[in-house]
Design a protein around this ligand. Structure first.
Ligand SMILES: Cc1cc2nc3c(=O)[nH]c(=O)nc-3n(C[C@H](O)[C@H](O)[C@H](O)COP(=O)(O)O)c2cc1C
Length: 279
């Protein structure tokens, strides 16, 4: 009876739906009941290229306009950052990779603004152009650059304590909220007290629509990979300047997204990285 009904369905499927069903049946035949596994694995199975289904990018005609690659807060007050200063980078790349460790015992010291400038440039900054298309310090699927960077400044020279957005095109900080967020961040990060003494906390979000525009259901994988590459850049740039860094994945997502006032239909935070002084 089920086979008969399945045949009826199959008759009505278009080519793409038939391919999806074929892939599902193939998984079942392999003993992989993806809907019973954990959601991460199910997404992985669903979004993988396989011999039965290549994840076609949405057709150009179906894509709509390319979402802006760069976010800015037009109405925010803006602080121009000094030029990045590569003379602050004292450790070669090999040493930085080997010395990189997650550091938590921060001393509450003021970070010079040129250190923040250099750190942002080396981790998520625009480091080149392909005609009019910006290219970043991190590699990015389709060069679509979904990562946005926010800064909680606890102790930074010449700027007030507060929450800022990095305007990558201008290499400037947009002031979102001034104030002392040290307790809020500790609370949001499941009481990880050491964040209180970090000079800055960088918050990486993804504007998912940028990657989605080209990669459809595979986009979330790529956006996470882009975020991971940016995160590692922060670690390495911090280590190269003898600063400590620690990634923070444990936090209340909704609380952090609301602190940043993100529209979570289009943008979501992925990770924070605390950076500060070892002594
Ligand atoms: C995605 C991610 C999330 C993490 N979240 C936290 C965190 O919330 N708190 C923390 O203290 N360390 C966190 N870490 C740091 C790891 O604990 C650390 O990388 C790991 O113990 C290995 O140590 P190492 O970085 O010194 O090599 C995180 C690391 C990654 C990559």
């Amino acid at each position: 009876m089920y086979k008969e009904r399945l045949n009826e369905y199959i008759e009505r499927l278009d080519e793409e739906e038939a391919r999806d069903l074929f892939m599902l049946i193939e998984l079942i035949r392999q003993g992989k009941r993806v809907w019973e596994e954990d959601p991460g694995l199910a997404y992985h199975q669903y979004s993988k290229h396989s011999r039965f289904r290549i994840f076609m990018s949405p057709r150009r005609s179906e894509r709509g306009p390319l979402p802006p690659l760069i976010k800015n807060y037009r109405n925010a007050r803006n602080i121009k950052l000094p030029d990045p200063d590569l003379s602050l980078v004292s450790n070669p790349i090999g040493d930085s990779i080997i010395k990189r460790r997650s550091f938590r015992d921060f001393k509450p010291r003021v970070m010079p603004i040129n250190v923040l400038s250099t750190l942002l440039h080396l981790s998520v900054g625009i480091t080149g152009w392909d005609n009019h298309w910006p290219l970043r310090a991190y590699p990015s699927a389709g060069a679509l650059q979904p990562v946005e960077t926010y800064i909680i400044a606890n102790y930074v020279d010449t700027i007030n304590m507060g929450l800022y957005h990095y305007n990558v095109l201008d290499h400037s900080l947009e002031i979102l909220k001034e104030g002392d967020f040290r307790k809020n961040i500790v609370d949001i990060a499941l009481d990880q007290d050491f964040l209180y003494n970090a000079s800055i906390i960088l918050i990486l979000s993804i504007v998912y629509a940028r990657t989605l525009w080209k990669y459809g259901d595979r986009a979330y994988r790529y956006a996470l990979l882009d975020t991971g590459a940016s995160m590692e850049n922060i670690y390495l740039a911090a280590t190269a300047m003898n600063l400590g860094a620690c990634a923070i994945g444990a936090y209340y997502d909704d609380d952090l997204n609301s602190l940043l006032e993100l529209d979570t239909n289009t943008e979501i935070t992925q990770v924070m990285v605390a950076v500060g002084y070892k002594e």
